[in-house]
Write a protein that binds this ligand. Structure first.
Ligand SMILES: Nc1nc2c(ncn2[C@@H]2O[C@H](COP(=O)(O)OP(=O)(O)O)[C@@H](O)[C@H]2O)c(=O)[nH]1
Ligand SMILES: [Mg+2]
Length: 337
């Protein structure tokens, strides 16, 4: 959706009105053979106006996904823009498109049957009035759509065929270091819709497997209770986006946040993403004594159990093991959509 919608313009009421008005003043040339030129001139204008409305206003519908095919990630982004019922908006727009088409056909007939040019001109005026009233009824939806598309365009290009890995953990645990280390090019920084936060994404190509990795500072590094409404929605969007979550822990005794607090956040991430693969990475082992590491590992195992990796994102220890594990996930995770 994000790439399909690049370049889609949502027209404003005034622009549409002006475009229709300019049709009035444009000269119309008709073939010599056309009879009743003074009346037929209005038929040409009518068709031209309908064409403008259809092309500029309603063609956006051809590019929008149908509601039953809307990706839940984008559904959340739309919701943040105020489009909580996309299906209703879509069917309103589709309904008004049909209504306009019907009116156009009706006025074509009326213009054709006009006895005088004056009658034809009045018919055209009426058509303009009725189509502008349809545009007015669309205005609120179009503005919301414009806002939503504007935000979607700012998002990083999301590769829905890749395995999407989201990195979580308290601030300063090494998330950005890891994303930077394993991404093939400079990670892309894009604003998260309607928040002051950013999404950082990088691509990884492993043999023939594609992975896209996301770091979302300010969203997955704080307790949910501290997030505002928009950030909570952003969190839900991330939830729909993620196939795998990596949770990073700073194992040093001098970590910025105590291990207990890091494990608390792990528990809430686990609860929130209970339907996802979760990999816990114990990071910064290069600056952790063996004794400390043993203690941290025991605490993490108690909290999490299952899979656990030891790593130094800084010097690269354990990074290959993580990539191997991700590779194995792509075999077990069905490629979504
Ligand atoms: N010693 C050590 N430092 C690390 C490691 N990973 C990250 N750091 C450092 O920890 C600090 C915070 O890292 P950063 O990636 O910005 O953390 P983020 O806030 O989770 O994104 C930086 O100074 C990193 O250089 C590691 O494995 N070992
Ligand atoms: Mg960071």
């Amino acid at each position: 959706m994000s790439t399909a919608l690049k370049g889609v313009k949502v027209w404003r009421f005034e622009e549409i009105r002006e475009a229709l008005m300019s049709v009035y003043s444009e000269p119309v040339t008709l073939a010599k053979s056309v009879r009743r030129k003074d009346v037929m001139r209005y038929l040409v204008r009518l068709d031209k106006m309908y064409g403008i409305l259809e092309k500029r206003v309603f063609s956006v519908l051809n590019r929008l996904p149908s509601p039953n095919r809307l990706n839940p990630f984008y559904a959340e982004i739309l919701a943040i823009s105020g489009i909580t019922d996309y299906a209703a908006l879509y069917s309103r727009m589709t309904g008004l498109r049909k209504a306009l088409r019907k009116i156009w056909k009706q006025y074509r007939l009326r213009v054709k049957l006009s006895l005088t040019a004056r009658e034809a001109r009045n018919d055209l005026r009426e058509f303009v009035g009725r189509s502008l009233s349809i545009m007015r009824r669309l205005e609120e939806d179009l503005r919301k759509l414009e806002k939503a598309l504007g935000e979607i365009k700012k998002l990083p290009c999301i590769d829905f065929n890749a395995l999407k890995v989201v990195v979580a953990g308290m601030p300063q645990v090494g998330k950005s270091t890891l994303v930077g280390r394993i991404s093939s090019s400079e990670p892309e920084v894009s604003p998260f819709p309607f928040t002051t936060k950013n999404i950082i994404s990088g691509h990884i190509q492993l043999d023939h497997i594609r992975i896209q990795i996301f770091d979302t500072p300010g969203i997955l590094d704080r307790p949910v209770s501290e997030l505002n409404e928009i950030e909570k929605r952003a969190l839900v969007a991330i939830k729909f986006l993620a196939d795998v979550i990596i949770y990073m822990i700073d194992s040093r005794s001098s970590s910025y946040y105590p291990i207990e607090q890091q494990l608390d956040l792990l528990q809430s991430i686990k609860a929130m993403f209970s339907d996802k693969e979760l990999l816990v990475v114990v990071n910064k082992i290069d600056e952790t004594t063996e004794e400390r590491l043993r203690k941290v590992l025991a605490m993490v195992r108690e909290a999490h159990g299952e899979e656990l990796l030891k790593m130094s994102a800084l010097n690269g220890t354990g990074v290959d093991a993580l990539l191997d594990l991700l590779k194995s996930k792509t075999r077990t995770t069905p490629i979504p959509r």
